[in-house]
Design a protein around this ligand. Structure first.
Ligand code: ATP
Length: 198
């Protein structure tokens, strides 16, 4: 999966609609302290489904919404879109898709995939299958370098599973196990009903 473009509006210091094109090769973001470099990386992680406000340096999720300055009023919503290009696989055609996350004060977050409303879980699976996502080892923020070095073996294993693209399988396995248990309970109930009728 390639990330081709990031669009932000009302996200942290990016109050005006802004666009960052990510061309093939290496992309560098430079600027003075406090200009918003880390906010860009956080916008990427947020749109991919980051659920922890603390890891976005906030107290609550609404802290990602532009909070206003001495000269500008706060905004009521923040929206971030990522344009991705998916490689074709045996089961899907690939191609471009746009994932959007939006938060409004008092209403929580909503996600869209190519304009259609989707669940947070769908977005998480989309990125987990492509070995990326809000906790991808490919997104290394300043304070994460120390965390990677100090990680416990189980945490390292999780990082390796994400890098190998198999963490989406864990979520699917849990879903499948739940469905299996429900089906087994239904079968047991059916057997009981049949034996009562015999
Ligand atoms: P450094 O080089 O020091 O790490 P940086 O370029 O990574 O800095 P960021 O940490 O991304 O900068 O941006 C910090 C700026 O974002 C601060 O000026 C802060 O006031 C602003 N900011 C953060 N959250 C909000 C918000 N919700 N509303 C408005 N501005 C915000």
């Amino acid at each position: 999966m390639k990330i081709k473009r990031l669009k932000l509006s009302g996200f942290k210091s990016f109050v005006e609609p802004s666009e960052l094109r990510i061309e093939p090769g290496l992309t560098g973001i430079v600027g003075p302290n406090g200009c918003g470099k880390s906010n860009l990386l956080e916008a990427l992680r947020w749109a991919m489904g980051e659920g922890s406000p603390k890891s976005l340096r906030g107290g609550g999720m609404e802290d990602v919404i532009f909070a206003g300055t001495a000269t500008r009023a706060p905004r009521d919503f923040a929206e971030v879109s990522i344009l991705i290009e998916r490689e074709p696989t045996d089961s899907s055609m690939g191609g471009e898709s746009e994932v959007t996350r939006r938060i409004e004060r008092g209403s929580g977050s909503a996600y869209r995939l190519d304009g259609r409303d989707v669940r947070a879980k769908d977005v998480a699976l989309l990125f987990a299958d492509a070995a990326t996502g809000a906790h991808s080892p490919a997104l290394v923020s300043q304070n994460r370098i120390g965390a990677v070095i100090a990680a416990k073996p189980t945490e390292r294993r999780q990082m390796l599973e994400e890098a190998a693209g198999i963490s989406g399988l864990h979520a699917r396995r849990k879903d499948a196990e739940q469905k299996l248990r429900a089906t087994e309970a239904n079968l047991a109930r059916l057997a009981e009903i049949l034996s009562e009728q015999e």
